[in-house]
Design a protein around this ligand. Structure first.
Ligand code: GLY
Length: 355
């Protein structure tokens, strides 16, 4: 295979393979683990048209019996009803405890398939085949699974690790400009957290034609973090850089601003705040914001500080509640800072001002 490979140690350990053409080779790659088994391929109505038939023929030629289920594409499908439909689909096939599922799609598909796999018959294997840049660089690795509840995003879920992640870089060619940029935002964030080399690929423009390296460095860095802290008790919190601001923006936009774009704005705000507070040099802050702009990402929040503070507080409004804010210091170095929830509005204000 002319590709790159990373490995996660937790959850029994699993490989992450990154190469062109992996969907049509999936059967070969999964044969050792699953020949003779039955599989539920979970996808959405957009990805179904693009990659499902290639995946199904590859699985069948490797002796894996595959059944496919496609839900209506979009974040609004990420709910308990779709989760229940997926579980009923698994039961009707029927999948047994030694069978497995494949998530073929972006973050919504990966999160729901992982959740369904974690609870169907108290847990069956699952494999991630991400088809968006964001899922490739971030959400397909690390075992966070979830659905949204009426009360909020990702409120029900499990930490449940996949058995393999197959990242077919050809899928990046069918993404809209907006979806492509969403993945860039998460990878730039990862570069700021952990890796000067990853960040420099964006600065130099090399990232435009070396996506394999961008994905590899992102998932390699993520694997190192989740291996130390699967359940986000400590260092995994660093991966939330820009997300406290970003989640408020997504929520206030009624989820019309995509996650990656909201993260880009959140990252820019975190960087401006850090600069104002003397945590980061102005030159470094400008470098990060310029990189986001260069890749077509937004860096300013369309919402007022008061509205953002309200949206991010939720149940944290009670006195004495605290927030863990990720403070960027240098490229490749961030710290976790616990602040009283009431102080976050000052961070938002500083993040909204020119540096
Ligand atoms: N997307 C952040 C994490 O997986 O922890």
């Amino acid at each position: 295979m002319n590709g790159l490979q990373a490995h996660v140690k937790i959850g029994g350990g699993y490989d992450i393979l990154i190469a062109s053409g992996l969907i049509s080779k999936a059967g070969q790659l999964l044969k050792n683990m699953y020949a003779g088994r039955t599989c539920a391929v979970i996808t959405d109505t957009n990805v179904e048209k693009l990659y499902l038939s290639s995946l199904l023929s590859s699985l069948e030629s490797a002796g894996i019996r595959a059944h496919a289920y496609a839900f209506q594409a979009g974040e609004s499908s990420k709910n308990m009803d779709t989760l229940s439909d997926i579980l009923e689909f698994m039961a009707k096939i029927p999948l047994t405890r030694t069978d497995f599922a494949i998530a073929l799609g972006g973050g919504v598909t990966g999160d729901m398939t992982g959740f369904a796999s974690g609870c169907y018959m108290r847990g069956i294997d699952f494999v991630q085949i991400p088809t968006t840049y964001l899922a490739a660089v971030d959400s397909s690795v690390g075992g966070k699974t979830a659905v949204n509840l009426k009360s909020g995003k990702n409120l029900a879920g499990l930490f449940y690790q996949p058995k393999m992640v197959l990242i077919d870089t050809d899928t990046l060619r069918t993404l809209s400009k907006e979806d492509y940029a969403s993945g860039i935002a998460e990878a730039v964030k990862m570069g700021v957290i952990t890796d000067k080399k990853l960040f420099s690929l964006f600065e130099s423009g090399e990232a435009f034609h070396n996506e394999k390296e961008v994905i590899f460095l992102s998932v390699f860095a993520k694997a190192e973090i989740v291996d130390q802290d699967e359940r986000e008790g400590s260092v995994r919190k660093l991966l939330n850089l820009g997300h406290t601001y970003g989640h408020a923006i997504e929520k206030l936009s009624d989820y019309t601003i995509p996650h990656g774009h909201a993260v880009a704005i959140g990252l820019a705000m975190a960087v401006r705040t850090a600069c104002r507070m003397g945590d980061m040099e102005k030159e470094t802050a400008e470098k990060i914001i310029n990189v986001l702009k260069k890749y077509g990402l937004p860096t300013e929040s369309p919402f007022a500080a008061e509205a953002m503070a309200d949206a991010s507080m939720n149940d944290k409004k009670r006195a004495g509640a605290s927030l863990s804010i990720i403070v960027p210091k240098e490229i490749g170095k961030c710290e976790i800072r616990k602040i009283p929830a009431e102080e976050f509005i000052a961070y938002i204000r500083m993040g909204s001002e020119e540096i």
